[in-house]
Design a protein around this ligand. Sequence first.
Ligand code: FEO
Ligand code: CA
Ligand code: CA
Length: 659
Amino acid sequence: MNEHTPKFPTQGLENAEFEPVNPTSNPTMGELISRRFSRRGFLKGSLATTAIAATVSPLALLTAEKAHAQTGSVFSFAEVEAGVDADHHVAEGYDADVLIRWGDPVTNDAPEFDPTAQTPQAQAGQFGYNNDYVGYVPLEGSSEHGLLLVNHEYTNAHLMFPGLVTVTDGEAQQGPLSEDQVNIEIMAHGGSIIEIEKVDGKWQRVAGSPYNRRITGETEMEITGPVAGHDRLKTSTDDTGTMVRGTLNNCAGGTTPWGTYLMAEENFHGYFAGELPEGHRESENYARLAAPGGWYEWHNFHDRFDVSKEPNEMNRFGWIVEVDPMDASFMPKKRTALGRFKHEGAESVVAPDGRVVLYSGDDERFDYVYKFVTAGTFNADDRAANMGLLDEGTLYVARFDEDGSMEWLPLTFGEGPLTEDNGFESQADVLIETRRASDLLGATPMDRPEDIEPNATNGRVYVMLTNNTAREEANAANPRIDNAFGHIVEIHEEGGDFAATAGTWEILLQCGDPEIAEVGATFSTETSENGWFGMPDNCAVDADGRLWVSTDGNSLAATGRTDGLWAVDTDGEARGTSKLFYRVPVGAEMCGPLPTPDLATMFVAVQHPADGGEDWDGHGRPSYYEDLSTRWPDFRDDMPVRPSVVAITKQGGGKIGTA
Ligand code: FEO
Ligand code: CA
Ligand code: CA
């Protein structure tokens, strides 16, 4: 049972308000909460005081004082005006050029896109739908020639297929999908690897490249690490529990220090339907994941998506997938040591002792923040030596304490409550049911952890928390009840060591309109009316250590603005100052963002444009294939709206984010 009542099954899917599924009440200590609320009430009326006093802990204040010696913003561009319309907009003096669109050929034998005659075979070689994560692997160290890595998170059938939606008396209805349409959807998932090159200051795709590759919901991949071969992963088509077809709902991701591509499987539960046999072993496991979600129609044609017929198939999703983009024949690996949950992303950094640390959020209301520390160390001189690093190490979940300290709790079989008494017989069980194991450890339930990005220059880590309107009880790191606009937590790893098992934390920003005192937003007073945002989702820390935040969920109704990319100061007097650099067309979400190492380009992914538009007077009615709220980026009557990756460069060249 959920509250998701869209016009079309996949409309606004990512921000649908499903019932939270975390049954625990870990840190909701009554004493702490009542103290916080009484403080909030006491201070109400003085916006600045309320915001700071309610969210910054004493320990964090000390850390903040030390870090804030710098003055002035590290950004100097003229910001974009916030608003809503059919086009995208970038800061003055910049170009925003579409690099690749849904349907553009990726593999060298793929046909040109014909939206009225699309086939699964064509889609299997063409750029997929709903681009999300964007990564870049330089070729020969170049910031002007490399491999673009792009996730295709999910599909919106009502925007993709002609003739699917009918409108009767103003009511839109989506008809059932054909087998071909379902198979097109499966092929439009996964990822793309594309060789790109900057020629005369403009990015272009390299035709005929041996690197060009599509990974889809059908690509064969191997399951590796502690869970490989476990009985709970065996199915009627794979009695080894080591091989699986496809990767699904690849949201954000990561690029490892050795240049492999990590694809995070987020809302995998949505593709499965049906009911488990009575009393089945996986009932509790699936319930904790709100699974099966039944968002798609794939089970009508493929038994593996029906849990009544293939009860273990879903255990083969929810992992981090590693792909070597340098080898187009590489079989992707699902790295089970990193745990199984609704992985938002997997950005990594090398710790001082050479171990590699990967951060990952579990995007669900009241779920957790994780990191994985490899057992082995990174070998910068031997790329091949790093290929098994992600199969061995320790997975940790975060507990954020009231005094501004924090602890990373190891998810290790046999330690603490993770024993047979609680139904775990091995590390594989702990990893298959990562959420339940974290519940038992007392992890802190968060307001939808999305992208998490380490800042290699200073030992800090930025955690995007999108929102949580179901929060009725605050905890220290999630201080707002009914948190409609989200916030950003900044972690300071102990001693600047990313592999540390403890640290401190503070809140960088509480988001929302700072003009409305009740919202409790904490943007600096230097932030303009265009500069504030809600719903932080993806982020990037660039080579200069500057933070960029992209959003998911802004709209005319929610904030009077579309989603976009904001530049956020994290240091000195400018800390908490935010400026709008780029905004997306109506209905879209802002994904990516990815600055090149030379800081001359910012790649961004415009996801699900035209998914919505009812509340915008430029459209004002349901948006679907035949009647779209925008036909970005082609604006052609014979071409539907197309999610696309955009390259942003400064006119005449130079560093992004500067005037
Ligand atoms: Fe796919 Fe949590 O965003
Ligand atoms: Ca996201
Ligand atoms: Ca999102």
